[in-house]
Ligand binder design. Structure first.
Ligand SMILES: [Zn+2]
Length: 117
């Protein structure tokens, strides 16, 4: 249950942030997840929604933005997108390559309604 514990750590971050904003309401959180981060977005969404049910965060939105992974081939310098860790270079077939992202897991934004509008 990797996604469930991930959902719970995200919720802890939100709760921590909301403690410094009394009276405000968290509306949405945006996550950026690399295609290689081995996170099942739907499982994460399910775990998140189940975990905030009947809490002050109930009803907030989870936006998941999956970013594609790229590699640069060490043999021919070709840059290509990959969908699995062992994708070989489509140009020369080499699997010696430098990863150019794709395993990130970042919180991009937290939308908060501070009740003043
Ligand atoms: Zn190549």
């Amino acid at each position: 249950m990797h996604e469930l514990s991930l959902a719970q750590s995200i919720i802890e971050i939100i709760e921590h942030e909301m403690k410094s904003r009394p009276g405000a309401r968290a509306e949405a959180i945006g996550l950026r997840i690399g295609a290689l981060a081995a996170v099942d977005a739907e499982a994460l969404r399910f775990g998140f929604e189940a975990s905030i049910k009947d809490t002050p965060l109930d009803g907030m939105r989870l936006d998941i933005n999956i970013t594609e992974a790229e590699r640069q081939c060490l043999m021919c310098d070709h840059r290509y997108k990959l969908t699995a860790l062992d994708t070989p270079c489509p140009q020369c077939g080499s699997s010696d390559a430098i990863p150019l992202g794709g395993d990130e897991l970042d919180i991009e934004y937290l939308e908060v309604d501070d009740g003043k509008s």
